[in-house]
Every structure is written in C-alpha cells, then in structure tokens.
Design a protein around this ligand. Structure first.
Ligand code: ADP
Length: 320
C-alpha cells in the first residue's frame, strides 16, 4: 500500500463523557484537528485535563469518540478498526506488568494476542533492543520500575507497528533511564517509526520532538514545527545575580522583573521592543549592582504559557 502522508489524522474530533451520578457531563475534546506527519517525533503537550489521554485512548480503542473522524496510517478507525489498531503500539501511563510471566513469556503472549506468527516474532531482538536481554528469564516482579517500563515499550512493538504512542513515558523514571529510553525511541524513529508522545517535561519535548502540538481544554492551541513554535515568541530574559540579596522586585520602569528561587532577578522582554542594554540601564537606575549576568532565549515553557494563557509571561518561570 502507498504510504500515507500522515501517520495519524484526526478531524473534528469530539469527546463528551456522559454524566454520572457523581459527575456532570464533560466535554473533553472540543473538535480537534490534528495531522501527525509520517516519520516525525510528535509531541503532544498540554496541562492536566487538557484531553491528551482522551485523544490517545480514542486511538487505542479504549474510549469511544462522540464525533469526528480518525485515520491511523490511512485506515479509518470506524471503517477498519482492526487494521487501524494494528498500525499503532501504545505504551500506557501506568505500569501494567504480568507478574507471573518472564519478559520473554510476556512478549510471546502479547505477540500471540496480536496474531503474530511464531516465525515472524522478534522476541530476542526486542528484548535486546530495550536492554532486557539478560533479564529475559527473570520474573517480571523482580524487575525495577525502569525495566518494567522498557518491557512495556517492547510489548507495544511486538507487532511491528509503524506508529508508537507513548503516554507520559518518563514520569517517575530516573534521568539515566530516561536517556536510555529516548535513545531507543530515537533509534526506532530513525528506522522509520513515527513516534507520538505526551509529556509535560517541556524541555524534553523541545529536545526530542520535531513537531509539537499544544492542547488546552480540549482544543488545539498550536501545532507546528518545534523551531517555528519557539520563534513565535520573540522574548528574551536577562538574569541578574545581584551583589546584595533583593528583598523586593525593584522598580524597573517599563520592564517587569521577578525574583527567582535562587535570588536572581529575571527580566523578560520582547526582543523587538528593547535590547539587553536598555534592561541593564533600568537595573542600574534602580540601584541594583549585578555580580553576574546571563541571557536566556525562550523555552517551551514560555511558549506554552503564552499560548495557553494569552499574553507572554512577564518573567520566565523558574526552571524545574
Ligand atoms: P489529560 O490527559 O490531558 O490530563 P484527560 O484526557 O485525562 O486529560 O481529561 C480531559 C478531561 O476529561 C478532564 O476534564 C477529565 O476530568 C475528563 N475525563 C477524563 N476521563 C474521564 C472519564 N472517564 N469520565 C469523565 N470525565 C473524564
């Protein structure tokens, strides 16, 4: 079959959760249009409750959409549900481990569920790829949290889907492991697998994803190449380490400052409207002597705040 232009294409996607005895009806997706380019590493960002999991669960067939259309790898999920689902592997948020299986058995069972013929199974290759070659015969309950998560990635890949979806894959995963997981995911992408991930590690999305969509309250606020998204907000931040600790934000005239947790004074301004020199003059006029000075370009957090809450932030948030 001819390759589709988009790995996933959603049009007018709506989800309303029905009301229950304890909760009112909830509009979780309010007509979402999303085109995820084939071959991309696509980041889906948004605050809690934005609708990210709802979107992913619709793709995975776990939640039934209320309206709209979705194609996965060119296959409509209403018309060809089995074909569509065969084209994605989904790594869920929670660690769901079959404690009575070994990793090898776990992959074999999963391959069986997907109807992958024995001779086409790639159990050893997958175990090695996620760094579990030596644990192939261990009980899953003996694996560390990070190992279990990598096993989940391997399980999502048993049927060799062209699209891999990771829902908050690195929540609670330590730095070293996160790096390993990303190395593997990037490797898969180089082999042609389209990657979709939800994360609120904004810096991670910025580093990893070539395209980013931001959703808020069930609507797409932005969807564009990462570099373009970053350029959209032409802010810069000057960070001053004052000689003497500041008790309050000094009067900086037309600039607004913010004191960070470490005591630095951060001043964010539109690069089109002012220069670093003018900011420094305002700082000097306020009687602040700077011991050290740094400038920062906007990160995704700035972009995110500006797009979801309206105006650009007066000062950069304290990085996590
Ligand atoms: P995210 O993954 O971005 O945090 P979700 O898709 O989980 O967002 O949730 C979107 C909205 O839908 C939230 O307001 C949430 O409370 C609501 N929601 C999610 N799942 C259900 C459900 N099963 N029943 C009712 N409301 C739900």
């Amino acid at each position: 079959m001819e390759l589709p232009e988009f790995a996933i294409e959603a049009r007018g996607l709506v989800k309303t959760y029905a009301k229950t005895k304890t909760t009112p009806a909830k509009l979780a997706l309010n007509g979402i249009d999303l085109q995820i380019p084939r071959g991309s590493i696509f980041g889906l960002l948004g605050p809690n409750g934005a609708g990210k999991s709802t979107f992913i669960n619709i793709l995975a067939g776990l939640v039934r959409k209320s309206a709209g259309t979705v194609q996965i790898w060119g296959r409509d999920i209403d018309q060809r549900p089995r074909d569509a689902r065969a084209c994605i592997g989904v790594v869920a948020q929670e660690i769901a481990a079959d404690v009575f299986f070994t990793p090898r058995e776990s992959l074999e069972v999963q391959a069986g569920l997907y109807g992958v013929p024995r001779r086409e199974r790639r159990t050893d290759e997958l175990l090695a790829a996620v760094g579990l070659g030596e644990q192939a015969e261990a009980y899953v309950r003996q694996l560390s949290g990070g190992m279990k998560r990598r096993l989940m990635v391997a399980k999502a890949m048993v049927h060799n889907p062209p699209v891999l979806i990771l829902d908050e894959p690195t929540a609670g995963v330590d730095v070293e492991l996160r790096r390993q997981l990303w190395a593997y995911v990037v490797g898969l992408n180089k082999l042609g697998v389209t990657i979709v991930l939800t994360t609120h590690y904004l810096q991670e999305a910025e580093e990893l994803c070539d395209t980013i969509a931001i959703i808020n309250r069930g609507e797409v606020v932005a969807c564009e190449p990462t570099s373009q998204l970053l350029r959209r907000i032409d802010t810069r931040t000057v960070v001053i380490t004052p000689q003497e600790p500041l008790n309050a934000v000094p009067d900086l005239g037309r600039f607004e400052g913010r004191i960070r947790a470490g005591g630095e004074l951060a001043i964010t301004f539109k690069s089109g409207e002012a220069g670093v020199e003018q900011v420094l003059t305002a700082v000097r006029n306020a009687g602040v002597t700077n011991k050290d000075l740094a400038t920062e370009n906007p990160d995704l957090e700035d972009v995110f705040m500006a797009l979801t809450y309206g105006a650009p932030t007066p000062a950069a948030p304290v990085p996590a």
